[in-house]
Ligand binder design. Structure first.
Ligand code: NDP
Ligand code: 2IT
Length: 448
């Protein structure tokens, strides 16, 4: 059996009931086959792949907090410190009832390669909790965040592990966590990114993932003879990534016509009204039914009642920006039938392996999340730089660096794919380009 197949089998056997982690590992390992085969003996001897798929450290802890009725609630929290070969662990914190160890491990594993692709010195990590922020009061959110950080603060620091936002964790949660870290540890340092601008946050971090997604998509389209201007875009999600992807798409002359949340989705043929979407989601924290109620051109589709998704809408470019495995084979078929030319992942692993293969086999340009959504963590690394030098850069400076990083990422994947005879396969390109730097650093640092 080949080394790659042995390691895939090992991961499935050693990590039962973690399907998302298996999926992420399989996708990466399949891409690496061509690289591993050229060097199999040395990689096997050094157990490079076994070390890569085993986190350096995994923390699991309970988070007790008191709700508004005086009832004690207990959640489970995780921080997986996956790989520190090229820098301190870096990656977000997800707060969602679906969170479990397998999900955090898939996200942490992806993060290793994503962070490598940014070209910045950050290792891979991820964390979170099965806490559900929906419907909680501000005080309950603060109580949870403080209790969570009371334990987490023992294991993180500006030079060891720097968490940030992800699903359910935005500026409000980062603020409460930062306050508690500072209070307990007694140091004012850049231990978290995505901070508010008045206490060490970076301009353009809020926009970075969505904007970066569009910078990379634009470059991918350009290099394949297409222009983003004039394109109809289908976006899923209505959170941080989706909102700023929609905003940048409009600035670049494209027309985003959809967005979604966990209960339903909007088709707005006039183009999504970003100011209204921000008001509904960022200010009121409400459902998309409120968007539809305020916008005559919008049609609301209830997910449970209709069973349909944004991928049924005719579009040129599809940007999944909500969550993992939200774009399935049947959606891919629908997109191809509707003439879609490009899919770029704003979320982490939103497209299933079968759907990805179908899109690629049918000539759809496909940018994987670990490249396409790397603008968020890249700008987090820029926030770390600003914190270290105790300075703040202008919006234009950060946005300019972000744009350069995304264009470079695209060319790195493109080049890596070509080097291994897989031209145009950006999944293979991203995995190889991300892997090369990490393995080089791991090898140089000996068996650790
Ligand atoms: P937010 O919490 O801001 O928004 C998430 C959006 O996705 C919401 O509209 C939410 O709907 C929807 N959603 C979440 N989970 C589900 C689900 N299980 N089923 C259906 N809809 C769902 O998160 P972000 O925008 O920050 O993150 C979106 C994706 O992008 C995630 O995959 C994340 O890992 C990834 N990402 C985020 C980065 C960042 O900087 N924030 C950077 C790189 C990647 P509802 O509100 O109804 O739950
Ligand atoms: O998935 C991701 O890259 C993020 N949630 C952002 C991580 C970060 O450290 O900014």
């Amino acid at each position: 059996m080949s080394y790659v197949d042995e390691v895939i089998d090992l991961v499935v056997k050693q990590n039962p009931a973690q399907p998302e982690f298996h999926q992420a590992v399989k996708e990466v390992m399949e891409s690496l086959r061509v690289v591993i085969e050229q060097n199999e003996e040395a990689y096997r001897r050094d157990a490079v792949l076994e070390r890569l798929v085993n986190p350096e450290r995994q923390l699991i802890f309970r988070v007790p907090w008191v709700d508004d009725k005086g009832q004690v609630q207990v959640n489970t929290a995780y921080r997986v410190q996956f790989n520190s070969a090229i820098g301190p662990y870096k990656g977000g914190l997800r707060l969602h009832p679906s969170v479990n160890l397998g999900i955090i491990k898939f996200l942490g594993f992806e993060q290793i390669f994503k962070n490598s692709l940014t070209g910045l010195p950050i290792g891979g990590g991820k964390g979170g909790s099965d806490f559900d922020p929906k419907g909680k009061s501000d005080r309950e959110i603060m109580a949870f965040c403080q209790s969570f950080m009371t334990e987490l603060c023992k294991y993180i620091g500006a030079d060891t592990d720097v968490p940030a936002g992800d699903i359910g964790t935005g500026a409000r949660e980062i603020g409460y966590m930062f306050g508690q870290y500072k209070r307990i540890r007694g140091v004012y340092e850049g231990v978290l990114t995505g901070k508010g601008l008045s206490y060490g946050g970076s301009l353009a971090r809020t926009e970075a993932t969505g904007y970066g997604l569009l910078y990379l998509t634009t470059e991918m389209l350009k290099c394949n003879g297409h222009d983003i201007a004039g394109k109809t875009v289908a976006v899923s999600g209505a959170g941080n990534v989706a909102i700023y992807a929609i905003q940048k798409a409009q600035q670049l002359g494209a027309k985003p016509v959809t967005c979604s949340d966990s209960t339903g989705w909007i088709y707005d043929p006039e183009g999504i009204d970003v100011a209204l979407l921000k008001e509904v989601k960022e200010v009121k924290r409400a459902r998309l039914t409120e968007y539809a109620a305020a916008r005559p051109s919008a049609q609301y589709h209830d997910k449970a009642a209709e069973g349909t998704t944004v991928w049924s809408v005719k579009c040129d470019v599809a940007l999944p920006c909500a969550t993992q495995n939200e774009l399935l084979l049947e959606d891919a078929k629908q997109l191809v039938a509707n003439g879609c030319i490009a899919v770029a992942e704003g979320a982490n692993m939103p497209t299933t392996i079968e759907a990805t293969e179908y899109l690629q086999a049918n000539g759809v340009l496909f940018a994987p999340g670990k490249a396409a959504n790397a603008g968020g963590v890249a700008t987090s690394a820029l926030e770390m730089s600003q914190n270290s030098e105790r300075l703040s850069w202008t919006f234009e400076e950060v946005d300019g660096k972000l744009k350069n990083i995304m264009v470079n990422i695209f060319h790195n994947l493109d080049d890596a794919a070509k080097r291994y005879g897989k031209e145009g396969n950006y999944v293979v390109g991203a995995n190889i380009a991300g892997f090369e730097k990490v393995v080089n650093a791991m090898t140089a640092q000996g068996i650790v």
